[in-house]
Design a protein around this ligand. Structure first.
Ligand code: SAM
Length: 281
């Protein structure tokens, strides 16, 4: 059956262009265009947005984004073998797709995008986590993006949306939820990908908050949270000893018991502690 965009099925695209999956680039492709359109819909309304897609590969998700009405897509792909397949998509959507052959970790995409901007990616997991942390810690807030819709290993997705009191709760949950609303939009079994990875995956959707959830200096919050979770089994009075003199008094002033463990402290508590530490630091 012909696809809605008149382009060949993705299996054929992969065969024509010799796109055998490379493990070193984390290539697990999505070949079902119904599925890629569904992922594109998780990103929200696209018709008035530029979309930054990182790691388009043979273009399944790119086609989903364009078919769902994205105003423009900027696709950043490291593997030059994918460029001819992506050029065919560009020809089917004239003026709507720009492809850059680059490492997304090295490129500043802003010069190529007009706001409002949404980011969508099915990336290797290590690259995805590194980019997520960068997107959440820009020099300026609010950031250039309105939302991030990203595929992760399910276990990493659970760490992003984790709540206090759970094993998954830690630095990533606090960073993500302090600055964005984060939810798991869908989960995918290994068979959804070609070749299938060993683990389940999940799409996380993050919407930037206009202001962080509670006031705190970003650097101090990051230092406090890192120290608390580096020794997550210890009581806060021990794990945070090196953060500031008189840490027990700071903890009490922030409404926290010095005998609590990092896992039990909500984001509000870490922000209150960061404010105490920066006010007296
Ligand atoms: N988006 C496609 C899909 O869903 O079928 C491909 C997904 S595959 C998991 C990851 C893609 O990211 C590959 O095409 C790979 O070449 C690309 N990639 C890996 N590292 C990258 C990097 N640092 N910058 C840009 N692209 C990268």
């Amino acid at each position: 059956m012909a696809a809605i965009d008149g382009l060949p099925p993705l299996r054929q695209v992969i065969a024509t262009h010799g796109l055998s999956a490379k493990k070193s680039l984390g290539q697990n492709f999505l070949l079902d265009l119904n599925l890629t359109a569904k992922i594109a819909r998780q990103a929200g309304a696209l018709s008035d947005c530029d979309v930054l897609e990182v790691g388009p590969g043979p273009g399944g998700l790119t086609r989903g984004l364009l078919a769902e009405g994205a105003r423009r897509v900027l696709a950043v792909e490291k593997d030059a073998r994918c460029l001819p397949a992506l050029a065919e998509i560009g020809a089917a959507y004239p003026g709507q797709l720009e492809v850059i052959n680059a490492d997304a970790l090295e490129l500043d995409p802003l010069a190529h995008l007009n706001p409002p901007i949404r980011v969508v990616a099915n990336l290797p997991y290590n690259v995805g986590t590194e980019l997520l942390v960068r997107w959440l810690t820009p020099p300026q807030w609010p950031p250039y993006w309105q939302s991030l819709t990203l595929m992760f290993q399910k276990e990493v997705a659970e760490r992003i949306v984790a709540q206090p009191g759970s094993k998954a709760y830690g630095r990533l949950a606090i960073l993500a939820q302090w600055r964005a609303e984060a939810k798991i939009a869908m989960t995918l079994p290994p068979e959804a990908f070609t070749p299938p990875p060993k683990i389940h995956s999940a799409v996380v959707h993050l919407t930037a908050r206009a202001e962080p959830l509670f006031p705190a200096d970003a650097g101090t919050l990051s230092r406090v949270v890192a120290a608390a979770f580096n020794q997550r089994r210890k009581m806060l009075r021990a794990s945070l000893k090196g953060i500031a003199p008189g840490i027990e008094d700071h903890l009490r002033a922030a409404g926290l018991e010095p005998t609590m463990r990092a896992e039990q402290v909500p984001i509000e508590g870490f922000c209150a502690l960061a404010r105490q530490v920066s006010n007296t630091g």
